[in-house]
Design a protein around this ligand. Structure first.
Ligand code: ADP
Ligand code: MG
Ligand code: MG
Length: 255
C-alpha cells in the first residue's frame, strides 16, 4: 500500500523581489485508493504544492518532509519520483517540439518501468486508452502539446496517467477550461484509474464542478499556503454555496 505523507511543509520561491514564502506548514496524508481534493482561491499555493511534490527546481523546501512509503521524496530526482509512482498533471502543460505523443509516451513508459514495453500489447493499450478518452488516432502523431486545445492538453495528461499507472497522481486544475463533455471524459479517465489500479488522487481545483464527477473522500481548503479547514465531501458543497470568503476575510464570518 502506498502512502504519500506531507508533513509541515514550508516552501519558498525566489522572485525579483527576493525570497517569498508560499507554503507555510502544509500537512497532508494521501493513501492509495483515496481521493483528496485541495480547494482554494487563486494564489493560495495549490500549484506550488503540486510542483514541490513533482520536484520543480524553482521551489525550495525550507522545512518539513515529503515521503512515499517512508522514502524521502525530497531527496529524489524528478525521474526517481516518477519511478517511485508519483505523477503530476500540470495546470499548464508544456509543449515539447519535435516529440510526438507516441514517442513521448513510449519513452516515459520505458523510463518508468526500466525496460521498453512489449510493442504489440503497448500499441494496443495506447489505442484503447486513446479511444477511452475519445481522442482521434491522428493525435498520436502530433507533437506533444503543440497547438493542442485546452481540452486536448488535459486529455493528453490523463492519457499519460492511464498508461504510466502511477500509485499517486496529483492533478492540478485538470478541470480548468474544459466544457462539460470534456470534463466528463477526463473524469471518467480518472475514475477508471481509481477502479483499475486503486490510484490515490490529489485533485487540486478552484471550482467544485469536477467533484460532481470525481468524488473526493476528503476535502482540504488551502488559504495563503495553509490548510485552514478539512472535511468530507460535504465541505465541497458548503464551498459551492458559500465560496471562500469566510476563510479569507474574518469580518465576513457568519455569527
Ligand atoms: P494557486 O495554484 O493556488 O493559484 P500558486 O501556487 O500558483 O497558487 O501561487 C501562489 C503564490 O506564489 C502566488 O502569489 C504566486 O504569484 C506565487 N508564485 C508561485 N510560483 C511562483 C514563481 N515561480 N515565481 C514567482 N511567484 C510565484
Ligand atoms: Mg492559480
Ligand atoms: Mg494553480
Amino acid at each position: 500500500m502506498s502512502v504519500l505523507e506531507i508533513r509541515d511543509l514550508h516552501v519558498t520561491v525566489e522572485t525579483d523581489a527576493g525570497i517569498t514564502p508560499i507554503l507555510n506548514g502544509v500537512t497532508l496524508i494521501i493513501r492509495k485508493g483515496e481521493t483528496h481534493a485541495i480547494m482554494g482561491p487563486n494564489g493560495s499555493g495549490k500549484s506550488t504544492l503540486a510542483y514541490t511534490i513533482a520536484g520543480h527546481p524553482k521551489y525550495t523546501v525550507t522545512s518539513g518532509t515529503i515521503t512515499l512509503d517512508g522514502e524521502d521524496v525530497l531527496a529524489m530526482t524528478v525521474d526517481e519520483r516518477a519511478r517511485a509512482g508519483l505523477f503530476l498533471a500540470m495546470q499548464y502543460p508544456v509543449e515539447i517540439p519535435g516529440v510526438t505523443v507516441t514517442n513521448f509516451l513510449r519513452t516515459a513508459k520505458t523510463a518508468i518501468d526500466g525496460e521498453a514495453p512489449p510493442i504489440r500489447t503497448w500499441t494496443k493499450e495506447v489505442k484503447q486508452s486513446m479511444k477511452n478518452l475519445r481522442m482521434d488516432t491522428k493525435f498520436a502523431q502530433r507533437n506533444v502539446n503543440e497547438g493542442f486545445s485546452g481540452g486536448e492538453k488535459k486529455r493528453h495528461e490523463i492519457l499519460q496517467m492511464e498508461l504510466l499507472k502511477p500509485q499517486i497522481a496529483v492533478l492540478d486544475e485538470t478541470d480548468s477550461g474544459l466544457d462539460v463533455d470534456a470534463l466528463k471524459i477526463v473524469s471518467e479517465g480518472v475514475n477508471r484509474a481509481k477502479e483499475e489500479t486503486d490510484l490515490g488522487v490529489l485533485l487540486i481545483t478552484h471550482y467544485t464542478r469536477i467533484l460532481r464527477y470525481i468524488h473526493p473522500d476528503f476535502v482540504h481548503v488551502m488559504i495563503a499556503g495553509r490548510i485552514v479547514e478539512e472535511g468530507g465531501p460535504e465541505l465541497a458543497e458548503r464551498l459551492e454555496d458559500e465560496g471562500y470568503d469566510r476563510f479569507v476575510d474574518p469580518a465576513l464570518q457568519p455569527v
